[in-house]
Design a protein around this ligand. Sequence first.
Ligand SMILES: *Cc1c(COP(=O)(O)O)cnc(C)c1O
Length: 383
Amino acid sequence: MLSVICCDPHKPCRMLTVPFFSSAPMHAPLKAEMDAFWQQFYDSNWYVLGPEVEAFELAYAAFNQTQYCVGVANGLDALHISIKALGIGPGDEVIVPSNTYIASWLGATQLGAIPVPVESNPYTWNIDPQRIEAAITTRTKAIMPVHLYGQACEMGAIMELAQRHHLFVVEDNAQAHGSTWNGKLTGSFGHINGVSFYPTKNLGALGDAGAVTTNDPALAEFARTYRNYGSKQRYFNEMPGLNSRLDAVQAGILRIKLEHLAAWNQERSALAQQYFEHLAGIESIVLPKIGEDCGHVWHLFVILAERRSALQAHLQAQGIGTLIHYPLPPHLQQAYQGLGFQKGQFPIAEALAEKCLSLPLYPGMPIEHVALVAKSIRDFYLS
Ligand SMILES: *Cc1c(COP(=O)(O)O)cnc(C)c1O
């Protein structure tokens, strides 16, 4: 049986029969192309910004069907730079999902803006457009939909609300490269949007990387300047900027990998379909549900499970790797104690955090592993 090293960078590596994630099957066929790129890159003597970054920015903008893409150092910076570009700062409110990774909130709080959480639709687990209006105040500046686990938010309703209330939209597209709402790509709805190329994302670099996407030339120019010390012309700085440039070596690697993203997303879809078939009818779990017109690229296959810790331990004992995205919602994190949220305030997010379990899924995962995982889950609830 295939045995690969699990690749959770936050934990020591363990040998698993069914790893949670591996980039090996994606990377193996690209080896020759990567080697050739590396040789050429090494000899080019151009390592920061320059032709590699520009070529990837053009390729990603074309893929994402946006006018502009600006490469930055990581996904969190992409959100920070997007929010900053909109002129949002201290005291402004940004509507965020209660159920998300903390980076979505940090993009706002790093600039002194106030995150205003809105609960998820209990079926799709993404921000519920019907609950957004009640959270809008005179200080609200933007809505940040997060396409969690690869599923597009209900963007029609969100864009309509934003227009009616004159609010900006900043999509957190870190988990959903290639996903669509009603045929239109995520990351192309908002005024300016952030994307991450962290190695485990659907499009992953070999290190940290991210980008901003937009159709607005002024916002793109701000991002381009702000990411590079606030400088357009070397040694002349028009604003106090960041050093948040996309590494040229990562840009080259991402350009090679981008060619395969559509095929990899299809493979993820096929694996998800297998999970649906093999996991059908188990009463103690809830399978993911897809909203109307909401595309899904299966960044993660997340179920809700009764007795989750025991199930996770059972799977681990069988050599099956799982992860929890995420065990504690942002409003209950120690980092946000100062915001004064209470336990029980966002019950949908809290219930999801208590029950969610992400099952192994990655392009190149042996299809029989899905059956193995499903059988182990079934056995657990039967015993
Ligand atoms: C990964 C991720 C980010 C941040 O990306 P980094 O590149 O790790 O900074 C932001 N939001 C969500 C939803 C993510 O999953």
